[in-house]
Design a protein around this ligand. Structure first.
Ligand SMILES: Nc1ncnc2c1ncn2[C@@H]1O[C@H](COP(=O)(O)OP(=O)(O)O)[C@@H](O)[C@H]1O
Ligand SMILES: [Mg+2]
Length: 227
């Protein structure tokens, strides 16, 4: 079965700045994300990559058009079990150590058993187990990014949305880390959308989307609307 996770139709986004000026970021965006898709979202800085990821995850609503999650349910039920988000900015909780940060989404889901083991297992898979007891302030930027990704993977969501997840990694580390992430995503049949301008990341992904002048180009065929 072809499981459609996200469907975006004729979506547009216009922000109103504090001075009242309107800024159009996206126009007439149409795209689908299906189970286990591997998508890289590229485009110059300021082109709207983060904005589109926010729309795909239901964190913001487009000002025109629609976004639905046919196989996932309504927007309120997406986080943290079905869709997880890796933010571009540092997002770890400063008072929790790495292991506690990674356990957090499991706790938020109401899981009461096996959380510590699950967090240890994903840290080990991502070769981050040496950081388990450290606080976020003791991590380098690149380490914090990898821990944030581990935290997004630990719940085995249907969809991971990652915003510039390798921005602070050197290319050898990024290559190695992405290999681990993709192997884990394959096993769990997760879909993955990575926003980046890093050419290396693009090489790992089967589908390339790009934003230019507010328009999204996708090589994918879109699903027909249900009757
Ligand atoms: N909340 C907001 N209010 C006003 N403008 C915004 C807001 N979020 C993003 N923008 C503007 O939208 C444009 C696209 O931003 P963004 O999606 O962050 O691009 P990218 O991730 O590709 O660098 C930028 O011009 C940015 O200033
Ligand atoms: Mg961005």
């Amino acid at each position: 079965m072809h499981e459609l996770l996200v469907r975006v139709r004729n979506a547009g986004m216009e922000f109103i700045q504090p001075d009242g000026e309107k800024v159009r970021v996206l126009s007439d965006v149409n795209c689908d994300i299906a189970k286990a898709d591997r998508i890289v979202l590229s485009g110059p800085s300021g082109s709207g990559k983060s904005t589109l990821l926010n729309i795909l995850g239901g964190l913001i609503a487009p000002t025109e058009g629609t976004v639905t999650w046919p196989a996932l349910g309504d927007q309120a039920s997406l986080q943290p079990a079905k869709v997880t988000y890796v933010f571009q900015a540092q997002s770890l909780f400063p008072a929790l150590n790495v292991h506690e940060n990674v356990m957090l989404p499991l706790k938020l889901m109401g899981n009461t058993v096996g959380n510590a083991d699950a967090a240890s297992a994903i840290l080990e898979r991502m070769q981050l187990e040496g950081l388990a007891g450290k606080l976020p302030e003791e991590l380098s930027g690149g380490q914090a990014q990898r821990v944030a990704m581990a935290r997004a993977l630990v719940v085995k969501p249907k969809l991971v949305l990652a915003d510039e997840p390798t921005g602070q990694l050197d290319s050898a580390t990024a290559h190695d880390f992405l290999g681990r992430v993709l192997e884990f995503a394959n096993e769990s049949h997760m879909a993955l959308v990575v926003a980046t301008h890093d050419k290396l990341v693009a090489g790992f992904m089967e589908t390339r989307w790009s934003i230019e002048h507010g328009r999204l180009a996708t090589p994918q065929k879109l699903e027909m609307e249900p009757k």
